[in-house]
Design a protein around this ligand. Structure first.
Ligand SMILES: C[S@@+](CC[C@H](N)C(=O)[O-])C[C@H]1O[C@@H](n2cnc3c(N)ncnc32)[C@H](O)[C@@H]1O
Length: 334
């Protein structure tokens, strides 16, 4: 997370604005330390995504075990016509855009003559991911404007330009990383931000065979293990802590009561961690865990419930043949 300046990166058709300084570094430090002092300890998954974390996540999406990305991509690759968007001009807003490899599949299907009327607006907490994605997309679609925002979508969405009709995309089942309260607050905020005639495409990983799900978060090459432990490096940088990743094990298991994968870091031994930001120390017992991520899995009831929370009408639900993944398509009415 870059708090140092309000960098505006501009190349020909690309502009990236850094909104992270508005959150303020102190608020981030406070949030992380409060999580480490809580019982059980936790760190928000948004802190996975520094430059290394974004690269590791991209690697995860290419793993054989990680079925969600290839399943969602297969649905997206023939979706444009089914969205039946009628427009003179359109903004495509992608929340948590990452490497933008999914939106590319959708944009590829748009007739070329329409691209000059479209602005792609990626929003991500990782400014590195935004820059790489914008560079690649502008080479591939030079007719299209790109206006990115480095921002925390849980904090504020009001920077999103409003002048055209908008297709909001929230892919990768990132909604599954929120706990139910966060999901409700986020969808309410998004629904309020949306205007009549705007659409939302929401990617949701569905409840399915537990073995398949657990394998996706425990890959044989250990990339998810590295991704999970990388959060400690991010925390070390942000709060001046001295966590040693080699003193932790990666733990990912399915919680059947809550329909979610939980990722934790389990301490291999008792330790004391120093936090330079406040001069405090954090004590961990051997075997104690830090909860780093949830990845909720959903049912058709959740699709309807999310629409209600956001005040949106469900227009369609697109699935793969096995029903592993759903893209729920909502519209904001009058
Ligand atoms: C699970 S990844 C999904 C990436 C991509 N949408 C996909 O489907 O492959 C989550 C993405 O959301 C971003 N992200 C996570 N929390 C965020 C937050 N609070 N605000 C903005 N972006 C966030 C991460 O940097 C990452 O790119």
């Amino acid at each position: 997370m870059n708090f140092s300046d309000e960098t505006i990166v501009v190349q020909n058709k690309v502009e990236i604005v850094n909104c992270l300084p508005e959150i303020g570094k102190q608020a981030v430090v406070n949030e992380i330390i409060a999580g480490l002092k809580d019982s059980p300890k936790h760190i928000s998954p948004k802190y996975f995504y520094d430059e290394t974390g974004s690269r590791l996540f991209e690697e995860i999406t290419k793993l054989d075990e990680y079925y969600p990305t290839r399943t969602e991509k297969a649905i997206l690759s023939s979706l444009w016509d089914k969205l039946a968007l009628e427009f003179d001009a359109l903004n495509i807003v992608e929340l948590g855009s990452g490497d933008a490899s999914k939106i590319r599949l959708l944009i590829e299907q748009i007739p070329k003559y329409l691209l000059p009327q479209i602005t792609y607006i990626p929003i991500d907490i990782s400014i590195d991911a935004l820059e790489w994605a914008a560079q690649e997309l502008t080479l591939e679609f030079p007719e299209m404007d790109i206006q990115g925002f480095a921002a925390d979508f849980l904090f504020d969405l009001s920077m999103i330009p409003k002048e055209k009709k908008r297709l909001f995309c929230f892919l990768g089942s990132t909604i599954g990383n929120f706990n139910p309260d966060e999901a409700r607050r986020f969808l309410q905020m998004l629904g309020q931000e949306m205007q009549s005639g705007d659409f939302l495409l929401l990617g949701m990983d569905m409840v399915k065979n537990v073995d398949l799900i657990e394998k996706a978060y425990n890959d044989a090459q250990g990339v998810t293990d590295q991704f999970n432990k990388n959060i400690l490096h991010v925390v070390n940088r942000l709060v001046g802590a001295d966590f040693r990743h080699e003193y932790f094990d990666h733990l990912a298991f399915y919680n059947r009561n809550k329909n979610r994968i939980e990722m934790h870091l389990r301490a291999r031994k008792e330790m004391v961690v120093h936090l330079k930001a406040t001069g405090e120390t954090i004590r961990l017992n051997s075997g104690e865990t830090i909860h780093t991520e949830n990845s909720h899995k959903f049912t058709p009831n959740d699709i309807a419930k999310f629409g209600q929370w956001a005040g949106l009408q469900t227009k369609a639900v697109f699935n793969d043949r096995k029903g592993y993944f759903s893209l729920a398509y909502y519209e904001k009415g009058n």
